[in-house]
Design a binder for this molecule. Sequence first.
Ligand code: HEC
Ligand code: HEC
Length: 90
Amino acid sequence: MQKKNKKNILLINAIFTAICAAILIFLLRAPKETTAPLPHDDNHNRFFSIESKKEAELSCLSCHDKGKEAALPENHPPKYRCLFCHKRNL
Ligand code: HEC
Ligand code: HEC
C-alpha cells in the first residue's frame, strides 16, 4: 500500500513537470510583438507624459476616428483601450 502511494506521487510529479515544461516552451515560442507602439512625434509626444492610460486615450479618436485625419483601417481590431496594444515604449 505504502509503496504504491509513493509511486503515484512520483508519477504525478513527473506529469506536473512535463506540463510546466510544455507551457514554458509554448510561451518561449510566441511570435515577436508586432503591434506598432505609440509613435514619438509631435502628434503623440504629449501622451507619454499623461500617466493614466485611460486619460491619455480620451484624445486618440480626435485624430484616429472615422473621417478624421488618421482614420483607423477597416480591419482594425476592437479599439477600446488603445494603449494596451500600442505600447508607450520610452
Ligand atoms: C493630433 C492628432 C493625433 C492624435 C491626438 C493621436 N494621433 Fe496617432 N497618429 C496621428 C497621425 C497623423 C498618424 C500617422 C502618421 C504618424 O505615424 O505620425 C498617427 C499614427 C499612429 C500610429 C501608427 C504608428 C505606426 O508606426 O504606424 C499609432 C499606433 C497611433 N497613432 C496611436 C495613437 C494613440 C494610441 C493615440 C492616443 C493616445 C493617438 N495616436 C493620438 C495623429 C494623431
Ligand atoms: C486589441 C489591440 C488593439 C487596440 C485596443 C488598438 N489597436 Fe490599433 N492596431 C492594432 C493592430 C494589431 C494593428 C495592425 C498592426 C500594426 O500595428 O501595424 C493596429 C493598427 C493601428 C494603426 C496603424 C494603422 C496603419 O494604417 O498602419 C493605428 C493608427 C492604430 N492602430 C491606432 C489605434 C488607436 C487610436 C486605438 C484606440 C482608439 C487603437 N489603435 C486600439 C491593435 C490594437
